[in-house]
Write a protein that binds this ligand. Sequence first.
Ligand code: MG
Length: 306
Amino acid sequence: MRRLSLFSCISFSILIASPSLAKKADSEVIEEKSTEQAKQAEPVEPEGNPPKEAKAKPPKEDKKPEPMGPGIKPTTPEIPGTPWRVHDGTRPQPVAVKPAGALTTPLPEDAKVLFDGSSTDAWLSAKTGEPCPWLNKDGVLVAKAHSILSKQEFGDVQVHLEWRIPSGRKVNGQGGGNSGIFLMRLYEVQILQSHGNQTYPDGTAGAVYGQTPPLVNATLPQGEWQSYDIVFHAPHFNDDGSLKAPATVTALHNGIVVQSETEIMGPTVYRKLASYPKNLPEKAPLLLQWHGDPVEFRNIWVRDLK
Ligand code: MG
């Protein structure tokens, strides 16, 4: 339990802080997380943007991670304007809606292709800056080892991507089928195998992770391709660096609206209340999250909205 907590909590920190883990064989990393996740209903999120407190600290021996999941009221901060806490398992579960299937739209003329099955050249390792460590397996991008960043940077952007959790994989809560797309490498739209798999609602597929659950649960069964179509507007800041207008996101999961001009409270954080630091850049890469699961991707393209 403690080992997983350490691994997960520092998983983004190690992007810049822990070269020792980088030396682990890929199979070791996957095996370590898979085995531990199978033991737990709610392994922790996320590997997203590196927090400022990048140095990993050893866990306190006498402090076990608080359990989280459906029906559990955690001791996390309350989300302003709501009666709910961050990762609140007593929050109503998003109603499941059966979608017709993934949207696989043809490529628009002005789209920038980030993955079309031909190569992983549009991405690099978020941990080392080296070439993309994810696999191109028969035209499918397979998550592996650590998170990846797009080489290009974006502000306001439309994103299309398709993802799949391999069939036959054990999925439980946040474990087994977890990734995410981070707009500007900071704001996560959760990717999770949420068909028949409940977790705390703000961790469901299509959630603005840790903030806003999806309007409905539009997740298809495991092993099926699923689509996200996202419209993201970057936050704006005043001259003194303070927040002028928050980022917003609209998202369709398999063609069904799951976020509608949702205001984002700040960069994604785990078990904490999100807020904006000062002086964030106007543009930043997209990040695809490595959460220990070999999530598959295809047909990733974007359009600049400015
Ligand atoms: Mg995730």
